[in-house]
Each structure stands twice: as C-alpha cells, then as structure tokens.
Design a protein around this ligand. Structure first.
Ligand SMILES: Nc1ncnc2c1ncn2[C@@H]1O[C@H](COP(=O)(O)OP(=O)(O)OP(=O)(O)O)[C@@H](O)[C@H]1O
Ligand SMILES: [Mg+2]
Length: 699
C-alpha cells in the first residue's frame, strides 16, 4: 500500500465519520438517502427512465442484471400457468365472472413461455437502486420528495431502504455489489429499455465537426440546418474562445458549400478571409468601402414593394442615428424620404427603381426645404454625418458588391459611436442580398452587444433571427456581454429563436442569470465557471453536451487571436513554410491539455498535500483527545480506587518507603546505594552507576 506521509490512500479518501440512521446516512457534511425500486410499470417504452436519469440534481443510480437459467424459469412458468388456468376454470365452473387480472396475467405468462421456449427472449432478474444526497436534512427531504414523485409519474414505486441504508448505499457505489437484492423479473426486451441511452450523442452522419463530446469522447458532428432554425447564440466572457469557435465553424462550413457573411467589429477575421480567398470590406471615414443607405436592391417580395420596404428600413436606420424619433418626426421623415426618392425619379413603380438612388445630402436638402420646425431640427441633427465629425461614411455611393462566398464586413476603423449605425446599415444591406438570392448561408455577427445597445437595432437583429429560416440563413450572434443580452427583451427573443446555443467560460456574476435562462443544473454551472478556453456547453435542441472545441494546427494558425502567436506568425511569414499537409493537419493541443501537462501534477500534489494535512490534523486531534481521555480515565479510576480502598492504597503506595525506613536490611540497602552513587561497578543486575544504562530496579 502506497503511503504518503504516513497515511495510506484509504486514510486520505475515507470519510472521517459515518452515521447510519433509519432512513439517512450521514458522511462528513453530507446526508444520503438510498431508495430501492419496488414497483415497475406494466408497459415501458424506450428510454422510459430518462426523467430520472436527467433528474435536476445529481443522484446515483445503479442497476443490476442477473441472468436466470431458462429451464428454471420455464418450470416455474409452467407451474404458474397451471395454477392460473385452474383458477379460471374453477371460476367458470362456479358460474362466476372470470377475474380479468388473472386472464391478463395468464396471457402474459403464456407469451413469455412461448418466447423463452423459442429462445427469442431470455429471462433476467433486475434490480435498481437510487441514492440522493444533499448538504442539509431539509434539502434531502425535498430531493427525496422530488425523486419519488418523478418516479411515480412514470409508474415506478421507489421506497426508502429503511434500516438498510448502509447496504443500499454500497449498492449504489460503483463496486458491482448488490447488498439488497430486491428483484423484478424482466425479459430481454423490457431489460433493453432500462439502458440509460440518454447521454447526449450529437453525432450526425453529415454536418461539420465542432469538437469532442467531453462526456464520452465521441465527436460532435452537427448540421445546424437540420434544426427547426439554424440560428446560434454564443455567450462567454472575453477570451473564452467564442470567436475561435465561430471561425472554425465558418471555415469548415465554407468547405461544405455554405456562404459566409461576417460582421467583424474588431478586425479579427481579416487573416482568415485572406487565407480562404474571401473579400474583406472595411468601412472607414476616409478611404475604403462605402455603402449608401438609400441603395435599392431590385428585389421585391410578393405583395411587397421594394421602395416601401426600403422606407421602413430607413426609418429604422434614422431611429438608430437619432436614438429614437417622436411620432411627428417619424411622419415628417417619411414624407421627406418619399420626396427625396421622387426627386431622383424613383416612385413605387418598379421600373423607376433602377435609377440612381439619392444620398443622405439629398434628404438633408429636402428636410431643409420643408416648412416644419421639426424638419429643420432633423436636418440639423443630420449635419454631423454629412459635413461634421461623422462624415464620409453614410453620404457616399455604394462602391462594392457581395459576390464572394466568404465576405467579411469590418467597422473597426469607425468611431465607436458610428459602429452601431454602420452595423445596422450593413445588416440591412446583407438582409436584402439574402432575400434576393436564397442559398445556404451563415451570417455571423461578432460582438453583437453593439447591436443590443439601441432598441431599434436590437429589434432589427431579432427580426432577422425570426425570419432567417425562410431564407435558408443561419444567424450566429456572439456576445461577451451576457447581461446586456439577457436584460433586453429582444435579446431574450433572439435566444429563444436560436436552436443552437453555445455557452463557454463565464464569470460568476453572469452565471446566476444564465442558469435561470438556460435552465442549467448545478453541475453545468460549475463546469462553466471552471472550464478552460475552448470548452463549453453545446445546446442543440433538447440535447446538451460539454464540448471541447478542436482545431488542426493549420486552422489554429489561421484563427487564433492570441497576440503572441500572431507576432510569431508575422516573423515566420517571411520565411517559406515547408511543412507538409500531414503536419498541418495534426490536431492542435487545446489549452486545457496544454496546461494539464505542466500543472496537473503540481495541482494533484497540492490537492493530496492539502488532503493529507487535513487528515493529519484530524488524526492529531483524535490522538490528543484519546490521550487526554485516557489520562482522565486513569485519574478517575485511581480516585475511585482510593475512595473505595483507602488503606490498601496507602500501604501500597508507601511500601518501599516503609521497608527502607523501618527495617534494618532496608536501611543497609539504602546506605549502600547512597555510597555507590556515581561509582561504576558490576553487579548481577548489570553495571551500576553508568548513566547510559538503565538503573536496576530496586525491588
Ligand atoms: N479551442 C481552442 N483551441 C485552442 N486555442 C483556443 C481555443 N479556444 C480559444 N483559444 C485561444 O484563446 C484565444 C482567445 O479566443 P477568442 O479570440 O475566440 O476569444 P473571444 O471569446 O472571442 O474573446 P473576445 O470576446 O475578447 O473577442 C484564441 O485566440 C486562441 O489562442
Ligand atoms: Mg472575439
């Protein structure tokens, strides 16, 4: 047995105490209660145990399967069938109504007999035990009630193992020991349904690889377009690997023929775009790409006029620009917009809509020319974007087209306050293209909290999320500001319109809210708090799994945003890369395993040391208390003895003295001893006077 600082592994692992009660078991700070299952439903479907396997609190379930010899069971069945037939005949002879339950049981037994005799079924004994635990007795009671009622709902009767808690507890440990043996007969078919197939497998035969399922190391391969909608939300704190995850998905989807459009406020996607031959459209106030808000796309949906749609979109745009509009301002703007288009010869007639569209300054002029004060006020507020600090972005003719299957829009070079407006405009532009030509697309909005800051842009995001499915579009919304998203009605609506949700590393402050919105178990909550970069919870419809996002070396180099790695790449960029495809395709070690190599041992060591320290303290306390107790006990016994038997005690105690003082030989011995003190000489008892040697006993 390996020893660590004098303690064995068992010493460290074993609980300090164990208290067994009628219906509970207390170990350390936890209370446990174990149940056995005494009643099962007559019919079960596949996965009928899933309510209890997916129970909201952690619990331990153990099931035991005992094969029974078919011959034994056939003999028993024959006897039982005979009995039941006799009962039925008896009742018939007495002209009584035959008991229907006996009839049912008889036919069941006959069927079973047939299938066992044919060899299509085998016979088993099945047992099932459940242990729940909680930090307080009250909670334990609550969980117990929940467990029994959850089981009752699937017609399973669970009973607390009264006076056998210890045996029941052992039976639910992963030891393979059934200490209770409370069985139920089952044939193979019924038995198969008890198997807990609920651990979520997210492996499809098509789709893209997202990573590794951390529960069972299977691959998470998934096609988001298979779900009721293809929208995704990704939430995590900064640096958790959100963009990484989304970029991986984007390149892999691109390879399978999905078009990708990205809104990138941080200029993070530029390298990736270059590497896959995409186009990178960067807006800035001086040079670069421009987009005219008034541009018409030439698409009209059935029953919808393009210009009418555009007017609505422009209303939204100006609401974001002016941070809301009053109803008077809104109606003035509406009139002004129609006028502006009309001046360019554009009306509700689709033919005219091919003309060159107006620009912001045209609207400005129209507003200036209107009679109302509000119109002048609006024009005044617009000035900033035409000649003021915000000029050069929105008052320009569009100078690009989206043709590339991988297009990134960047707003990094814009002023912070222009970003939401530009993002809104872009989304509107993209939305028009999406409607024009339906094809499988992903629209990725990174740092989506920019869009959530203003109600109108948030509403726009929501409307895209809601309608995306019809246009074969998957919207991906990424944000680190979870609170912003969750506190916003539109944000919550976007979440509920996203079938795929990815939660990665979170800060404690946001977890409370997330747990409520995503209905996380305590375990999942703990996972999100402690997981590493690149790990997360992947929710797909009803399934959720913990996932490790994995990339190849080549992919990693393209998508990392780690400044150190980017610098290295820049340096390496000058020298030729002569690595082979095989080398580049090797899996990149995710941060979780990288750290594990260096810190796992130290972490384990400190963990063990702490455990040992704690155990040693415990043991020291116990030893101290034991010696104290023993001393006290001895003292008390002596006192008792003295009280009960004073003379004996007195005489015993002074026996040596009495002899020394009162007898002649005693006095001689004492004198001799005094003389010989300090002088060495040999006696039959050893050397006397040697300090190192034990002094011979006197009597
Ligand atoms: N699965 C992963 N495998 C390897 N490295 C990863 C993984 N996930 C994240 N990283 C590393 O962590 C870095 C930060 O990740 P990422 O850029 O995705 O953060 P983020 O969540 O988008 O943060 P922010 O909100 O600040 O944009 C990556 O550049 C990469 O180096
Ligand atoms: Mg990011």
């Amino acid at each position: 047995m390996a020893k660590y600082d004098g303690l064995t592994t068992q010493d460290i692992l074993a609980p300090i105490d164990l208290e067994v009660d009628f219906n509970t078991l207390q170990m350390g700070n936890y209370y446990f209660r174990s149940f056995f299952i005494s009643g099962y439903p007559r019919f079960v479907g596949p996965n009928w145990l899933s309510p209890i396997i997916n129970f909201e609190h952690s619990l331990r379930i153990s099931t035991f399967y005992y094969p029974v010899d078919s011959k034994v069971i056939l003999d028993k069945l024959r006897k039982k069938i005979g009995e039941m037939e006799a009962t039925i005949y008896g009742q018939m002879e007495e002209r009584k109504v035959v008991d229907p339950s006996v009839k049912v049981a008889l036919s069941d037994a006959q069927q079973l007999q047939d299938s066992i005799a044919e060899g299509t079924e085998k016979f088993f004994h099945f047992t099932m035990y459940i242990t729940i635990y909680a930090p307080t007795k009250e909670l334990l009671e609550k969980y117990s009630r929940n467990v029994t009622s959850t089981l009752a709902a699937i017609s399973v009767t669970a009973k607390s193992a009264t006076l056998q808690q210890e045996q029941a507890f052992i039976s639910t440990q992963p030891l393979g020991l059934d200490k209770l043996y409370i069985t139920r007969n089952m044939d193979t078919t019924s038995l198969a349904t008890t198997f807990p197939f609920v651990t979520s497998e997210l492996t499809m035969d098509h789709g893209i690889m997202y990573g590794i399922n951390m529960h069972n190391n299977s691959l998470v391969i998934f096609d988001r377009f298979e779900l009721e909608n293809a929208n995704t939300v990704v939430f995590a704190k900064s640096g958790a690997g959100k963009s990484y995850f989304v970029k991986l998905e984007a390149v892999r989807s691109l390879m399978l023929g999905t078009d990708i459009i990205i809104i990138d406020p941080e200029r993070e996607y530029e390298d990736l775009s270059k590497a896959v031959g995409g186009s990178y459209i960067s807006f800035s106030q001086d040079k670069g790409h421009k987009m005219n808000p008034f541009e018409l796309s030439g698409v009209s949906e059935e029953g919808d006029d393009e210009l009418r749609m555009k007017l609505l979109a422009l209303q939204g745009f100006f609401k974001v620009m002016f941070d809301g509009l009053s109803s008077i301002e809104s109606s003035i703007l509406d009139r002004a917009l129609i006028l502006t288009y009309r001046e360019k010869g554009i009306t509700f007639d689709p033919e005219t809509q091919k003309n060159t569209p107006p620009m912001l300054e045209d609207l400005y002029k129209v507003l200036k020319g209107m009679a109302e004060d509000e119109a002048h006020e609006l024009a005044r507020r617009m000035e900033k974007y035409i000649i003021g600090s915000g000029a050069g972005v929105f008052n320009e003719a569009t100078n690009f087209e989206i043709k590339n299957p991988f297009t990134v829009f960047s707003v990094r070079d814009l002023q912070e306050e222009l970003k939401p407006l530009a993002m809104y405009l872009m989304l509107d532009f993209i939305w028009t293209i999406i409607r024009k030509n339906k094809k499988r697309r992903l629209l990725i909005v990174d740092e989506a909290w920019y869009m959530m800051q203003r109600e109108d842009s948030a509403r726009f995001m929501y409307s895209i999320a809601k309608r995306a499915r019809k246009y074969y579009l998957g919207l991906t919304t990424i944000t680190q500001d979870v609170a912003d998203f969750l506190n916003n009605d539109m944000g919550r609506a976007i979440i509920s319109n996203s079938s795929l949700q990815m939660l990665m590393m979170q800060s404690p402050s946001t977890l409370e809210k997330l747990q409520e919105v995503f209905n996380l178990s305590d375990g999942e909550r703990g996972f999100l708090l402690n997981c590493e970069k690149g790990q997360g919870l992947f929710f797909a419809g009803a399934n959720h799994v913990a996932i490790q996002v994995l990339s190849s070396i080549q992919e990693h180099e393209l998508i990392t945003s780690d400044p150190r790695e980017l610098e290295q790449r820049k340096l390496r960029g000058e020298t030729e890369d002569n690595r082979s495809i095989d080398q580049l395709a090797v899996i990149y070690d995710p941060p979780a395993t990288q750290q594990a190599i260096t810190t796992e041992t130290t972490r384990n060591k400190t963990l063990i040391e702490r455990a040992v320290g704690k155990r040693k303290e415990d043991i020291e306390v116990i030893q101290e208390e034991t010696t104290k107790y023993q001393e006290e006990l001895k003292k008390r016994l002596e006192e008792q003895e003295r009280e009960l038997n004073p003379q004996k005690y007195e005489s015993q105690k002074s026996f040596n003295q009495i002899i020394e003082e009162n007898t002649v030989p005693g006095q001689i011995v004492k004198e001799r001893r005094d003389i010989q003190k300090g002088v060495k000489h040999i006696t039959p008892q050893g050397i006397i006077g040697d300090e190192n040697e034990e002094q011979p006993k006197q009597f």
